[in-house]
Ligand binder design. Structure first.
Ligand code: HC1
Ligand code: SF4
Length: 573
């Protein structure tokens, strides 16, 4: 143990503790901009400097560990003057148009500058803005980049994709797509992890809220929305609602108050996905068609983009099931449109997702009779939904619980857990057990596939269903996924069914979720989804009465010709 003094308070901490961590234990939050625990501990910004007694130069607290007898000051006149100069320099190279920035009010640089009471800048550099394709779902504004390196490190260390790099050297050094390429030319998965780890507004999703406002204002359009499982676990964070207050019913109410005509919960189509994907798996498994083992889940578009660019030869091993988002769009423009007597082209489908990659996935085509278009018209992230709620001046405290509209009202607990890593696998195993044995298992029988620490490594399970043993694996995070695929390719591990989610912890940790300056909330959000599942009236996808009715009245049966036309894809687009 090491004894030190920080701001006149004594503390004893284990060897190897950084000064920043020791100060945190004393309740002293040292300001920081670039630091991300275990990912970016390079002291690039120098905002976290502290003064050490007996030393002239200030030292950075994020990457220097405590030494016996250290006497430190985190807010001395020397520290404050240095920190102000550093932050002023950063601001002089940053486009400070806070009023028109999506991160205003949730920007680490803004907070640090406000806390230091910086109200003018002695100098300002001329800012040049690098060109960017504004139609791409991920937007980068080079004039706001503070060169903290977080995006580079998250993409390298967590997602193992290396999309970002430093370009130029010295004072001209900046971050850009590696090799100064265009973002559309490289293998970006669109997971959005760089966005949720950016401390400022240099990275964001393409804003599609105006498209939705236009559709709502268009009298000819019937606007039909769906809300993804993981959104319910996070949307309230940005609106000051507690976990108990931030119900899915209130999201439905807010959408109706924005002017959406019909509102639905993606858990309905998560159940539908289980019917299609579960039957597909059992068919491949029991008919011995799993020569290409394992079968991979196909609901995460970040993962689909990854496999297509990194392991294209494995694409045939993907389930052909479309994701719940796409399935729901197809059902809305066919079955639902028919039921309300509206043509598919007059239905405008909106999805609210925790995800940036879903904005790319929405381009998937839909053909139905005369209709040729897309399953989904516009995808909003959780953050865009909260911006729309704000711009409609809806007081979150006035929201009431509202049910989904009829016909596709129900969603099971199995559908809810899709939003957490392991959830798709667990939901599939619950229904596979029923399909094979004719009996329901204990709903928690397969909880072995839940991640004890969301987003870290691989969960493996051998599950017995009837006479069969299914070798399952669950992974989240693309770096973890690459390691798993390499092990499969080298014959070191053997599985029948593998669930992959691109974001650490699954969609709860998605790139479209509210941002908390690098604080990882996938775990608490995931726990919330498992709590909702535990308390759900229906916990099996195959017991969703509205899904069963859809088959009876329209889709015939899982894997029918119609189901193949509307609910499956060859992933070639
Ligand atoms: Fe997801 Fe899915 S769980 S992919 O993470 O299969 O985005 O939440 O909507 O489509 O249901 C996301 C979440 C979501 C789909 C479902
Ligand atoms: Fe999107 Fe979820 Fe995949 Fe992340 S894990 S890319 S949020 S679908």
């Amino acid at each position: 143990m090491v004894n030190i003094t920080i701001d006149n308070q004594k503390i004893t901490v284990p060897e190897g503790t950084t000064i920043m961590e020791a100060a945190k234990e004393l309740g002293i939050p040292i300001p920081k901009l670039c630091y991300l625990k275990d990912i970016n501990e390079i002291a690039a910004c120098r905002v976290c400097v502290v003064e050490m007694e007996g030393m002239d130069q200030l030292i950075t607290s994020c990457n220097n560990v405590v030494k016996e007898g250290m006497v430190l000051y985190t807010n001395s006149p020397k520290v404050r003057a240095d920190r102000r100069k550093t932050v002023q320099l950063i601001l002089s190279q940053h486009d400070c148009k806070c009023a028109t920035c999506v991160r205003s009010g949730n920007c680490t640089l803004q907070t640090v500058a406000n806390d230091l009471n910086i109200i003018d800048l002695p100098f300002k550099e001329k800012l040049e803005r690098a060109p960017w394709d504004k139609t791409f779902p991920l937007i980068r504004d080079s004039a706001k980049c503070v060169k903290c390196m977080r995006c580079i490190q998250v993409c390298d260390k967590i997602q193992d994709l290396h999309i970002w790099d430093m370009s130029s050297t010295g004072s001209r050094s900046t971050v850009n797509v590696y090799g100064n390429r265009k973002i559309s030319e490289v293998s970006c998965s669109l997971c959005g992890q760089c966005i949720t780890h950016c401390p400022v507004g240099a990275l964001r999703e393409r804003d599609d809220t105006e498209k939705v406002w236009d559709a709502i204002a268009d009298k000819k359009k019937v606007v039909v929305a769906q809300v993804a499982p993981a959104v319910r676990a996070a949307w309230g964070e940005a609106l000051g609602l507690s976990r108990e207050e931030a119900t899915i019913g209130k999201i439905m109410d807010s959408l109706k108050r924005l002017g959406v005509d019909y509102v639905f919960d993606t858990t309905f189509s998560a159940d539908l996905t289980i019917m299609e994907e579960g039957n597909e798996f059992l068919e491949r498994f029991t008919k011995g068609e799993l020569k290409l083992r394992p079968m991979f889940t196909s609901c995460c578009p970040g993962w689909i983009r990854f496999i297509k660019s990194q392991y294209p030869h494995l694409v045939p091993q993907l389930s052909t099931a479309k994701s719940p988002q796409q399935m729901f769009g197809a059902v809305m423009k066919t079955y639902f449109a028919q039921s309300i007597g509206v043509k598919p082209e007059d239905i405008y489908t909106v999805s609210v997702m925790p995800c940036v990659a879903k904005k790319g996935e929405r381009n998937m085509e839909l053909y139905y009779g005369e209709y040729a278009g897309n399953d989904i018209d516009t995808v909003l992230t959780t953050r865009e939904l909260t911006r729309m709620i704000r711009s409609a001046h809806i007081d979150p405290a006035t929201l009431k619980d509202r049910e989904c509209d009829p016909l596709m009202k129900e969603g099971s607990g199995a559908g809810v857990i899709f939003g957490a890593t392991g959830g798709v696998m667990e939901a599939a195993l619950r229904s596979a057990h029923y399909l094979v044995t004719g009996k329901n298992p204990d709903p928690d029988a397969f909880k072995i596939v839940r991640s004890p620490a969301f987003g870290t490594g691989v969960i493996e399970a051998e599950v017995t269903i009837g006479d069969a043993v299914i070798r399952a694996a669950v992974v989240s995070g693309l770096g973890n996924t690459r390691k798993l695929i390499e092990a499969i390719e080298h014959g070191e591990v053997h599985y029948d069914f593998v669930e992959v989610m691109a974001c650490p912890g699954g969609c709860v940790g998605g790139g479209g979720q509210p941002i908390h300056d690098g604080e990882e909330l996938a775990h608490v959000r995931g726990e919330n989804l498992y709590f909702l599942d535990k308390n759900a009236d229906i916990r099996f996808s195959h017991e969703n009465p509205d899904v069963l009715k859809l088959y009876e009245d329209f889709m015939e049966k899982p894997l029918s010709h119609k189901a193949h036309m509307l609910l499956h894809t060859d992933h070639n687009a």
